[in-house]
Design a protein around this ligand. Structure first.
Ligand SMILES: Nc1ncnc2c1ncn2[C@@H]1O[C@H](COP(=O)(O)OP(=O)(O)OP(=O)(O)O)[C@@H](O)[C@H]1O
Ligand SMILES: [Mg+2]
Length: 246
C-alpha cells in the first residue's frame, strides 16, 4: 500500500434495502494527520465510519486500514482503532475506571495507566461514582478515554465534542492535538462545529448525499476561502461545488 495512508477507502458503496446511501466514496487519510469529515445531517458520515470499523459491511468497494484489507483482517484492525460512534454506551452501574478495565480485558490489552488516561480526559476525580450519575459531558469524556485506552493507531471520532462545555471543547481539542503529536495517532473526526474542525484539522473531507465531493487540505481551503471553513462548506452546500485546488 501507499505506506503513509492509514485509511484508504476506494469506491465504497452502501445500500440499505436497495437504497444507495453511500455512493462511490473514496477516502484517504494520511498518517499523523487529523481528517475533518463534514456533511449535513443524514449525508452518510456515521455510515462511512461504521464501515471503516467493520460494524457495517460495504455493499461494494474496498477499505484498507493501516495497509490491511478490512474484509480479511477484522480483528487486527479493530485492535488498532479507537472510536466513538454516536452516543457511547457504558455499564451504568460501574465507575469510569471499571468501565475502562472491562474494555481493556475485552480488547485483550494490558494498560496499567488507566488513572493517567482518566486524568488526560479530566475524569480523575470521579472515583467510585457510577456512570449512571455522570453528566452528558462526563460521558463524552469517558467515551474518549475508552477510545484511546488501548493505544490505538487510528481514532475515529463521530461528533466527540457533543455535550461538552466551552472549556471541555478546548480541553478535547488540546488532547486530540497531543495524541497526534505525542502518541503517534491519526484521527478522523466528524463534527457540525466547523470552528472546532478548523482549529485542529489538516485535511477536510466533505460528504454530500452519500458522495465525498471534496478531499482537500485545510491550508488550501484557507487560501481560497480567506473567511475560513464555514464559507467553504456553505459554498459546497449551496451547490457551487466549491472546488479547491489541493
Ligand atoms: N441501518 C439503516 N437502515 C436504513 N437506512 C439507514 C441506516 N443507517 C443509516 N441510514 C440512512 O443513511 C443515511 C445516512 O445516515 P448517517 O447516519 O450515516 O448520516 P450522518 O451523516 O451521520 O448524519 P448526522 O449528521 O445526522 O449524524 C440516512 O439517510 C439514514 O437514514
Ligand atoms: Mg452521524
Amino acid at each position: 500500500m501507499t505506506t503513509e495512508l492509514v485509511v484508504k477507502a476506494t469506491s465504497l458503496v452502501k445500500r440499505f434495502e436497495g437504497k444507495e446511501v453511500i455512493k462511490d466514496c473514496n477516502m484517504n487519510v494520511r498518517k499523523g494527520t487529523i481528517y475533518g469529515f463534514l456533511g449535513a445531517n443524514g449525508s452518510g458520515k456515521t455510515t462511512v465510519f461504521k464501515m471503516l470499523l467493520g460494524l457495517l459491511i460495504p455493499s461494494a468497494g474496498e477499505i484498507e486500514i493501516l495497509g490491511n484489507r478490512s474484509s480479511e483482517n477484522r480483528d487486527k484492525i479493530l485492535k488498532s482503532i479507537g472510536s466513538i460512534i454516536e452516543t457511547p454506551v457504558f455499564y451504568e452501574h460501574l465507575s469510569a475506571k471499571e468501565n475502562l478495565e472491562l474494555h481493556l480485558s475485552y480488547m485483550g490489552v494490558v494498560n496499567p495507566y488507566i488513572e493517567n488516561t482518566l486524568e488526560l480526559v479530566g475524569l480523575n476525580d470521579t472515583e467510585n461514582l457510577p456512570v449512571s450519575k455522570f453528566s452528558l459531558g462526563m460521558r463524552q469524556r469517558l467515551g474518549i478515554a475508552r477510545a484511546i485506552i488501548h493505544n490505538p493507531k487510528l481514532l475515529i471520532l463521530d461528533e466527540p465534542i457533543n455535550g461538552l462545555d466551552p472549556l471541555g471543547i478546548r480541553e478535547m481539542r488540546e488532547l486530540f492535538l497531543h495524541l497526534v503529536k505525542n502518541r503517534n495517532m491519526t484521527i478522523v473526526i466528524s463534527s457540525h462545529i466547523l470552528s472546532e474542525i478548523e482549529h485542529i484539522a489538516d485535511n477536510i473531507g466533505v460528504i454530500v448525499n452519500g458522495r465525498i465531493v471534496e478531499e482537500v487540505s485545510l491550508s488550501s481551503i484557507k487560501d481560497q476561502f480567506p473567511e475560513g471553513l464555514e464559507d467553504f462548506f456553505f459554498n459546497i452546500m449551496s451547490g457551487n461545488g466549491g472546488k479547491v485546488n489541493a
